[in-house]
Write a protein that binds this ligand. Structure first.
Ligand SMILES: [Zn+2]
Length: 269
């Protein structure tokens, strides 16, 4: 997300908006103010709060908020550059450049909100502190605050903002911690390892994204079922948990133990 923000920061502010929309009915989450309120205004640039991109107008009156979820992609197309036939959302700038949101698959999960700065603040108020640069001390407080399985805790945006399911897999592997370990059971040494892993993995991801790397190259554990662990060579395993598929190394992370699908074991109990 940070890589995208940096890429978009300059171009989106280069020209005033000529036409805002069209937007897919499931993508646009707000009706008031209308999208047309953006027309004729210039964006100040791109900001980021966790996984949300914010585009405030230069006059400080409106904020366009974009949440890409997992399948959304935001692209800046130069004048004349070919784009998708039916974008989920589009901003056309004077001079012909466009900002285009597309979403793979039929489920429309990505969202666009046009808000006043006050409403945007309220919308973002429930987010936890940024994951990158969180530090061991702050993480220790978060871990002690609630007994949660680590994979679930890392993804909870109210506790830590900016980690999705894929990076939760990468981070836990890097920290050599079980996705099912309970946050309150961590030693301070383990918390320190987890804090370091958060920074190391998010920075690695940022660097690769900036170089244009695709998912397959960026992830080393996520989506790599059966492929050798890059540390020890053990095949990566997977387990379903809370509607997500967790990927992990049974050697590096769980001391050789295979994690059980908790949804299934609940049904059988
Ligand atoms: Zn391993």
């Amino acid at each position: 997300m940070e890589a995208w923000r940096r890429q978009l920061d300059d171009p989106v502010s280069a020209f005033p908006i000529e036409k805002a929309g069209p937007a897919h009915v499931a993508t646009l989450k707000t009706f008031e103010p209308p999208l047309s309120a953006l027309e004729g205004r210039r964006l100040a640039g791109a900001e980021r709060r966790a996984k949300r991109l914010l585009f405030p107008t230069e006059d400080g009156e409106l904020v366009l908020l974009v949440h890409l979820m997992t399948a959304g992609r935001l692209r800046y197309l130069l004048a004349g550059e070919k784009g998708p036939k039916t974008p989920a959302f589009q901003l056309a700038f004077e001079g012909g450049a466009r900002l285009v949101l597309t979403e793979a698959g039929s489920k429309k999960r990505a969202g666009v909100w046009l808000l006043t700065p006050e409403a945007a603040e309220t919308e973002l108020a429930h987010l936890g502190p940024e994951a990158l640069g969180l530090g061991a001390e702050r993480l220790a407080e978060i871990c002690a605050g609630d007994s949660r399985r680590l994979h679930s805790l890392l993804r909870d945006q109210r506790l830590i903002a900016g980690i999705g399911r894929a990076w939760a897999n990468e981070i836990l592997h890097h920290a050599q911690l079980s996705p099912y370990a309970l946050s309150r059971d961590l030693t301070s040494e383990q918390v320190g390892r987890l804090a370091a892993a958060i920074d190391a993995e998010l920075e690695r991801g940022l660097e690769l994204r900036e170089r244009g790397a695709k998912d397959a190259k960026t992830y080393r554990v996520h989506g790599k079922l059966g492929e050798p662990c890059h540390v020890c060579g053990t095949p990566i395993a997977q387990v379903d948990f809370e509607e997500h598929t967790i990927y992990y190394c049974p050697q590096c992370q769980t001391g050789g133990r295979v994690l059980k699908d908790r949804r299934l074991s609940r049904l059988l109990r």
